[in-house]
Write a protein that binds this ligand. Structure first.
Ligand code: 5GP
Length: 144
């Protein structure tokens, strides 16, 4: 059912976009806000959240906004790569609770991967503190 429900403007990412909840910011422009995931699956796990569209998931996103948003996802992924030098990157996106989605405002995960380092599980990691996330975010910010 969560795939087709209506958009809830009280979801946590909407609150972060409105400045009502804090985040460790990596990048912001007119299209999207990127910030560190507080339950990171790896060092540098970044979320890219579109500002427009009121989309719960990828299926909902109006086409007019999709292109600029996807360019933004790529821009963040490039900065994560340049700033942290991982061996690989996972770009992930979940649609509906059955698929693993837990926050119902469209977002892409940018997850750096290093050979020999195991990734945390989606939605199951320990909560990171802002002072742990901030130095990593600073490296990514410096790479734009
Ligand atoms: P989803 O499961 O919807 O694909 O991803 C939601 C992501 O948001 C998860 O990786 C989760 O760790 C992260 N998350 C949940 N609540 C918060 C929050 O309050 N702040 C931040 N920065 N990330 C959050």
């Amino acid at each position: 059912m969560t795939l087709h429900a209506s958009y809830d403007p009280e979801n946590i990412f909407a609150k972060i976009l409105r400045g009502q909840m804090p985040c460790v910011k990596v990048y912001e422009d007119a299209v999207a806000l990127a910030f560190m995931d507080v339950f990171p699956q790896s060092e540098g796990h970044t979320l890219v959240v579109p500002k427009a569209g009121m989309a719960r998931n990828f299926l909902d996103m109006p086409g007019d906004w999709l292109g600029s948003y996807m360019l933004c996802v790529q821009k963040i992924a490039r900065a994560v790569e340049a700033g942290l030098k991982p061996d690989g990157l996972r770009i992930m996106q979940f649609n509906g609770a059955a698929a693993g989605q837990t926050v119902f405002h469209l977002h892409f995960h940018v997850i750096p991967v290093w050979e020999g380092r195991e990734l945390g599980r989606h939605g199951a990691g320990a909560m990171a503190k802002p002072d742990e996330l901030e130095p990593v975010a600073a490296k990514i910010r410096a790479a734009f």
